[in-house]
Design a protein around this ligand. Structure first.
Ligand SMILES: [Fe+2]
Ligand SMILES: [Fe+2]
Length: 341
């Protein structure tokens, strides 16, 4: 059985679980074959997700996630190398890769697990680009954006850090804190990426702007312009959230990866005055829901199982360690340090 967003649901698929109205009346029983009329009725009733019997071939790509991920890494490497050599950007390749990634983003729990397995598979810049593309697509689906917008978000995610190919290696891969001068150098990847992307007619203005603006923050603390307010555009705002989440949960040359719970708490804190709260809030609400039943490592070095997530405090679950129960909502000194597969 598969949980799927209404935006991705196609007629002809069989329902996996009963659907009830908000006043607990049965709307459709499990086994119903979904029609166009049903899809309309879901939208009018604000039903955003349903369970379906299985992934139909039309819904889920036959391609395996790790194959698509590896192919995407190859494409990212090649367009970044070509950009470095001054060759024009092949937007067709980026568009085709995004189409393949779109087919992989249906079940968020599965996606997060797969992405964890792919981490450290290649240089951070390449895996980060693919991860941000996948997360942008996921956010687009969670927020029920239309197909074209979601595709554009995926493409923006793939190319958002393309300007980093122009940053000297000793700055880009420095295994320690950057000096002020080095940080100023690093910041230029935004403008350099924008300047490169804008030269290609096939690249939309939203995508080029996302490369320029994904480090801007509403309180003016971001770069390159220190722009204030949330009007940096949808694409830039989504890339900014996906970028923070992937950076926190990845191992980088100067920091080790942190758990999705810590990343979600950072997104929550940044939704006050930095990141667009409409986007960071949806991420915060949803991202920790997928680990009920997972084994985790706590900050006191004990391992346990996540057994309950309070929707109002999604980053503070109840964890069972042997016969003990830790309620992280009450015990604020504890955090989930790692998800154990
Ligand atoms: Fe960046
Ligand atoms: Fe980035």
């Amino acid at each position: 059985m598969l949980r799927i967003n209404i935006g991705s649901l196609k007629p002809g698929v069989k329902l996996g679980k009963d659907i009830f109205t908000s006043n607990a009346q049965l709307l459709l029983p499990a086994g119903t074959v979904i029609s166009n009329e049903h899809l309309q009725s879901f939208k009018s009733r604000n039903i955003t997700e349903v369970f379906i019997m299985e992934a139909s071939p039309k819904l889920k790509s036959e391609k395996k996630f790790d194959d698509v991920y590896s192919d995407s890494l190859t494409v990212v490497k090649s367009f970044m190398l070509e950009a470095k050599l001054g060759k024009p950007l092949e937007m067709d390749e980026i568009s085709d890769t995004t189409n393949l990634l779109l087919e992989q983003v249906f079940d968020a729990g599965d996606l997060f697990r797969q992405m964890r397995l792919m981490k450290d598979k290649d240089d951070y810049l390449f895996t980060h680009s693919v991860n941000v593309a996948l997360l942008c697509i996921l956010i687009g689906r969670w927020l029920n954006y239309d197909k074209e917008t979601i595709k554009e978000l995926g493409e923006a995610g793939l190319v958002h850090d393309i300007g980093k190919v122009f940053i000297p290696d000793h700055v880009l891969n420095k295994p320690g804190k950057l000096t002020n001068d080095e940080y100023e150098e690093m910041k230029k990847h935004t403008v350099m990426g924008y300047n490169l992307l804008i030269q290609s007619e096939a690249v939309s203005n939203n995508i080029a702007t996302a490369a320029l603006m994904h480090h801007e923050r509403a309180d003016g603390s971001g770069y390159p312009m220190g722009k204030k307010g949330y009007d940096i555009g949808l694409c830039s705002s989504v890339v900014a959230v996906a970028d923070v989440y992937d950076a926190v949960t990845s191992t980088r040359v100067y920091s080790t990866k942190r758990s999705p719970y810590i990343a979600a708490e950072i997104l929550w804190e940044e939704s006050f005055g930095k990141l667009d709260p409409r986007i960071s809030k949806v991420f915060y609400d949803k991202v920790t829901n997928f680990y009920v039943g997972n084994e985790v490592l706590l900050s006191n070095n004990e391992r346990g199982l996540v057994i309950y997530v309070d929707p109002t405090q999604p980053t503070r679950p109840v964890v069972k360690v042997g016969e003990k129960f830790y309620d992280l909502n009450k015990d604020r000194s504890l955090t989930v340090m790692e998800i154990i597969d």
